[in-house]
Ligand binder design. Structure first.
Ligand SMILES: Cc1cc2nc3c(=O)[nH]c(=O)nc-3n(C[C@H](O)[C@H](O)[C@H](O)COP(=O)(O)O)c2cc1C
Length: 177
């Protein structure tokens, strides 16, 4: 019997609609990060939670980049639409987000500052257009100093739907499940 079954949460921010994919504007019916989050859930099991801000973002890509830039510079903490009531029951939190201006969207900062992650394991994953993980891992360490932060995985948005083999090998190497 395995006495240490680790309960997983896959929490992610992802914005469907107009975005930049492979250098071109595309209209995403499902956001890239959500595609990857669903693949991780299939492999790791556990619950998913879609981090969403009350105000949301414009449908238009360029307008969204402007709103996001202002939020980053003002260190905004947008109010979220939902809350996880049983965070204490999760040991491992896969945390997913698109890279915005070299780091996480501000709703992810709100999420990280809304709970006590002491003693938990956070596993970051992102989708991006060239920045890789950017500053995100350092920012997560800063926000959750008492959590263990594992090495994350960065997937190009255009490769989200074919990320399955990379995700399998990454999850295997993490050795935490
Ligand atoms: C506001 C905004 C800012 C972005 N900034 C970056 C960036 O700094 N570096 C990067 O590689 N990609 C950047 N991107 C591209 C996204 O990270 C990429 O399209 C991602 O796959 C979108 O994921 P989603 O569909 O889950 O929201 C940005 C996109 C948006 C909308």
């Amino acid at each position: 019997m395995n006495a240490t079954i680790r309960k997983c949460l896959i929490a992610f921010y992802s914005r469907k609609g107009q975005n930049i994919v492979g250098g071109r504007i595309a209209d995403l019916k499902v956001g890239n990060t959500e595609v990857v989050a669903n693949m991780i859930q299939t492999k790791a099991g556990g619950d998913t939670f879609h981090i969403e801000s009350v105000t949301g973002y414009p449908e238009d890509y360029v307008e969204t980049t402007e709103v996001a830039r202002k939020e980053l510079h003002s260190k905004a903490r947008p109010k979220l639409t939902g809350r996880i009531e049983n965070m204490e029951s999760y040991d491992v939190i896969f945390l997913g987000f698109p890279i915005w201006w070299g780091t996480m969207p501000m709703p992810v900062y709100t999420f990280l500052e809304s709970y006590d992650f002491s003693g938990k394991t956070i596993v970051p994953f992102c989708t991006h257009e060239g920045s890789g993980m950017g500053q995100s891992e350092q920012e997560i360490i800063k926000a959750c100093p008492k959590a263990t932060i594992m090495e994350g995985i960065a997937i190009r948005g255009a490769s989200a739907s074919s990320a399955d083999p990379r995700l399998s090998s990454w999850i295997g190497k993490l050795g935490i499940l």
